[in-house]
Design a protein around this ligand. Structure first.
Ligand SMILES: Nc1ncnc2c1ncn2[C@@H]1O[C@H](COP(=O)(O)OP(=O)(O)OP(=O)(O)O)[C@@H](O)[C@H]1O
Length: 507
């Protein structure tokens, strides 16, 4: 989709770059991220933001841009961190390289009247993450904010060019949003980002591309594929959503997924392959091999059912596209490798038969789109669930008996999270199995039974995670019920490991 007057965010490689795009969209304006190789795609932007980056502007191979080109747009430009240092050099100033990193909070002290800091509370916390610092300021450059020690942290070279040393896009910069809003207010005519308009545009695009062909899509019951299937349905094209029951789902999940789609008026095709999966997994305890068996079999089952696809729709999101563009140097969208037969999808892609209508959206925007189409709240806010399902919560061999135990424990735990009002406060939660027998007492006898581990985490992006301090009453009731109701379990453990070093799942 080509949009004029958008906010072009130029990516110098900072881990926070995507967040800049998200924040701008949250403020209601269309923003897109551009890799340095793609700058020729920027036409008539409304504003430009230069991101931070891991390199030093003093390196010989420091990423660079053509300053005359940047100026030629005549729109407001904001340099963040690396971006600010680069702008200072472009204006004739210098930057001092350093191996020492300043990482963490700082207090922001804006100069009186600085437009970028309008309505920002004095000494507001901002987040620093940099090594280099500006050295000599370019002529005509003014300092518009300092830290508590008086060191410049924000510069202005003209009424169109601004620089910020800290990261306004991260939530640790408490008033970062206000600062970005002030910057965007300097631009004229910015393209607004409105999910309703966006939906109308993609619906039209889907209709134009699909015509009367049939579009196949895999649905997992998760947010992305659900929104995708409903969107295709709403576009009125001939869609064939396929759901594979791999036998590794949670309690009653297959029925729930079908019922959920039925609620939304979408008919899905369910393939019960549970026995095939369990047979293929029999006797296998190695985590990597288990994953490979599940991934491979999924592809076989899914593509057998599909046959010759006229078109395939995938729920690829914007972060997938950005990552593949910056890491793999390939502009092709990342294929969700776990579940799509890569070569097959690539072939279809080469023939123009792959549709990725969500590829410009972030996860929270996909939810917003889903809500705009009337998808019920509980479906949009389901916790993420791994592709290999309960197999990764069942260390060692996967058997029906073990899966059934996990299902019961998990249903009790999740049920209680909902009952106590904690389900939506956590990013992901589950009960898993620790297939080690420990001693217990049942009646007058000793028992040797397995343990279940409860895990509840919060996270922003699944890259890092923290365990949740759940109320003791919730944990106690969950433990009591599991010990009383689930045969085969005599011990309930709560996992208090952060990621890193632990991961969210056990395998
Ligand atoms: N059981 C399944 N049956 C059919 N398709 C599936 C199934 N599981 C996953 N898929 C397909 O593979 C894609 C990627 O699955 P993955 O487990 O990585 O989830 P995801 O990226 O979070 O997407 P979603 O939110 O749709 O689950 C899904 O969007 C869906 O198209």
């Amino acid at each position: 989709m080509h949009v004029k007057h958008l906010v072009a965010v130029i990516d110098f490689g900072s881990q926070y770059t995507q967040l800049i795009v998200r924040r701008v969209r949250e403020l209601g304006f269309m923003a897109k991220l551009y890799a340095l190789e793609d700058l020729d795609q920027i036409h008539e932007p409304g504003a430009v933001i230069l991101s931070g980056g891991p390199k030093s502007t003093t390196d010989a191979d420091a990423p660079d841009i053509d300053f005359a080109w940047l100026q030629s747009f005549g729109v407001p430009v904001l340099g963040v961190c690396y971006g600010m240092q680069l702008l200072n050099i472009k204006h004739g100033g210098t930057v001092k390289g350093s191996n020492k990193r300043e990482y963490g909070p700082a207090a922001l002290v804006p100069e009186a009247g600085a437009v970028l800091y309008k309505d920002v509370t004095p000494s507001s916390q901002v987040w620093m993450s940099h090594s280099d610092t500006v050295d000599h300021l370019a002529e005509g450059c003014s300092v518009i904010a300092r830290n508590a020690e008086g060191v410049p942290v924000s510069l202005q070279w003209s009424d169109r060019m601004y620089g910020i040393q800290f990261h306004p896009e991260v939530t640790h910069s408490h008033e970062g949003r206000t600062i970005l809003r002030n910057f965007l207010a300097l631009a004229d005519n910015l393209q607004r980002f409105d999910i309703g308009d966006f939906k109308n545009e993609i619906v039209q695009e889907i209709r134009d591309r699909v015509g009367d062909k049939q579009v196949v899509c895999g649905v997992s019951g998760g947010v992305d594929s659900t929104v995708l299937a409903v969107l295709l349905h709403e576009a009125g094209v001939n869609v064939r959503p396929i759901f594979v029951d791999n036998g590794l789902l949670r309690k009653n999940e297959a029925e729930e997924v079908q019922a959920n789609f039925a609620r939304m008026g979408v008919e899905i095709e369910t393939i019960d392959a549970s026995e095939r999966f369990l047979n293929a997994l029999a006797g296998e305890g190695d985590p990597e091999k288990k994953r490979r068996i599940i991934g491979g079999l999924f592809l076989d089952v899914f593509w057998d059912a599909v046959g010759n696809a006229e078109m395939l729709a995938q729920g690829t999101l914007y972060p997938d596209v950005i990552e593949s563009a910056s890491n793999a140097k390939s502009k092709a969208s990342v294929i969700k490798t776990h579940h799509n037969r890569v070569e097959r999808v690539l072939e279809l892609q080469a023939q123009g038969k792959v549709l990725e209508p969500l590829a410009e959206l972030f996860k929270d925007e996909v939810r917003e789109l889903g809500a705009a189409m009337g998808i019920p709240h509980d479906i949009l806010w389901r916790h993420p669930f791994p592709g290999p399902g309960l197999a990764v919560r069942c260390p060692g061999e996967v058997t029906k008996e073990r899966l059934d135990i996990i299902r019961e424990c998990d249903a009790i735990f999740i049920g209680n999270l909902k009952k106590f009002g904690w389900y939506e406060k956590v990013w992901q939660a589950y009960a898993g199995l620790i297939p080690v027998k420990t001693v217990g007492v049942k009646g007058d006898e000793r028992s040797y039974e397995w343990a279940t581990n409860l895990r509840a985490i919060v996270s922003e992006d699944a890259m890092t995670a923290d365990w949740v301090e759940l109320p003791p009453a919730l944990l106690r009731e969950t433990s009591n019920r599991i010990l009383n109701e689930v045969k085969g379990i005599n011990r309930v453990l709560y996992d208090i490991s952060t990621k890193p070093p632990a991961s969210i799942e056990w395998e």
